[in-house]
Design a protein around this ligand. Structure first.
Ligand SMILES: Cc1ncc(COP(=O)(O)O)c(C=O)c1O
Length: 445
């Protein structure tokens, strides 16, 4: 029995609930100056953005708050593949904005029907599911694979095999499936029955993919993990083993898709057809959209009510994506991506030869390219991209040791040459900085 109520005596006064003064002064946020410092005051500190704040961009040209110009070789992390403010997309989105924004999934809409038709006609897939990001596309793929395996084979078939160093998104399921423990630390308990194997290791894959495996998920080229291309023989071996064991093969093409590697999707040049493919990033060129593509036989296991999202395939996102697909998926466009890739790779290879103390051997596919730092500069990829940014070139990293280049696919030869010029200047700066640092360090006795 509760003594407090039994005796009728309250021993301690109960404090009134704390109320904060509810005052919402009328503010005019658009007229209040905002700077990089504002980020640290009002945003959850999950990111550490650059010191400059971009305000305007067109193609690969970008300007910051001070009017300084940058050449953008990041494409918003392989997203704005048609460049910033591409006129076809601006026109299509503007038209759709004046027509129909959103409906919810109680209704379908013409843009999403056209987009699903375009994607299924262009790929192995017969069905599409739309969402808002890469993580959500993978979440849908993993859930569908489990549902399929449970229904078809039983609950014992639930294991998911993924690769070490892989990246599949930031939901709890996708960080658990991703092969980078730093992204799950502190978020336990995690979803179960997930195992990680070394990338490009056929023997490890053969041993790990057993009859209780529901799905194998793999990036055809690991992006965040250091720009590491998957070997065709490895990916083909995964296909064969999945067929033997009844597991579904999921290709995460969130970063590699939409022409980034020189074909609409990377699987098209690897001699492997996955069961499920996920796409996002460049699919919307910056307008958020993700897609999961699959066959009719697999899709039917996701019946009415089994999965969904409010915004998935809304008319605005679908309109942009349809125009992206139609623009990228032409022989001429993709041929130019491959031509630009050859030029950029050749320049980077020469850069590596000229600065062997700084860089290792360039690698990648199409316009998703990694330039590893040499041993003497291990862990200092960020120092290099910072130096380049100071000189007006925006670059990415892929982990602490790899400089990543993912320019818009419309990059011109002149822009490739300009990037080369700036990277050489940044390399000189880094080496000069190192020499000065060594000169200042007292010699060991
Ligand atoms: C291969 C891959 N999968 C999934 C994701 C997650 O996509 P999003 O950030 O849109 O959720 C990324 C993002 O970098 C990615 O590179």
């Amino acid at each position: 029995m509760n003594a407090k109520f039994d005796s009728g005596v309250t021993t301690r006064p109960v404090a009134p609930p704390v109320t904060r003064p509810v005052s919402h002064p009328v503010s005019h946020p658009v007229s209040r100056p905002v700077t990089r410092a504002t980020f640290d005051e009002v945003l959850v500190p999950t990111y550490a953005p650059a010191a400059m704040v971009p305000v305007r961009a067109s193609g690969l040209d970008l300007w910051d708050q001070d009017g300084k110009h940058y050449l953008d070789f990041t494409a918003g992390i392989a997203v704005t593949s048609l460049g910033h403010a591409h006129p076809v997309l601006v026109e299509a989105l503007t038209r759709q904005i004046n027509t129909l924004w959103h409906l919810g999934n109680g209704y379908t809409n013409e843009p999403v029907l056209r987009l699903a038709t375009a994607l299924t006609e262009a790929t192995f897939a017969e069905r599409a599911f739309f969402c808002n990001s890469g993580a959500e596309a993978n979440e849908a793929a993993l859930k569908l694979a489990r549902k399929y395996a449970h229904t078809k084979f039983g609950a014992h078939k639930s294991r998911i095999i993924s690769c070490l160093s892989s990246f599949h998104g930031r939901t709890l399921f996708t960080v658990s499936v991703g092969g980078q423990p730093k992204y799950t630390e502190g978020f336990e308990p995690l979803p179960q029955e997930i195992n990680h194997i070394p990338y490009n290791d056929i023997d490890a894959a053969m041993a790990a993919i057993t009859d209780d495996v529901a799905a194998v998920i793999v990036e055809p080229i690991q992006g965040e993990g250091g720009v590491i291309p998957g070997h065709a023989a490895y990916l083909q071996a995964l296909r064969r083993r999945c067929d033997e064991t009844g597991a579904l093969l999921v290709f995460d093409e969130v970063q590699s898709g939409m022409g980034r590697t020189g074909t609409l999707y990377a699987y098209m040049q690897l001699g492997v057809i996955p069961d499920i493919l996920t796409s996002a990033k460049a699919l919307g060129n910056g307008y958020p959209i993700g897609a999961m593509l699959t066959t009719t036989a697999i899709a039917e296991h996701f019946g009415v009510g089994s999965h969904g999202t409010t915004y998935g395939g809304n008319p605005l996102a679908a309109t942009v994506a349809l125009n992206v697909v139609e623009t990228i998926n032409t022989p001429a466009f993709l041929a130019r991506v491959n031509e630009a890739s050859v030029k950029l790779m050749a320049n980077l290879s020469k850069l590596g030869d000229d600065y062997p103390q700084l860089f290792g051997k360039v690698r990648g596919m199409g316009l998703l390219i990694g330039l590893p730092m040499a041993d003497a500069f291990k862990g200092r990829a960020k120092d290099f991209t910072k130096a380049a940014e100071g000189l007006g070139l925006m670059l990415l990293i892929a982990g602490p040791d790899v400089v990543r280049l993912a320019p818009a696919l419309i990059v011109s030869d002149a822009q490739i040459e300009e990037a080369d010029r700036i990277m050489r200047a940044a390399a000189d700066q880094l080496i000069a900085g190192e020499a000065a640092h060594v000169a200042q360090t007292p010699a060991a006795v």
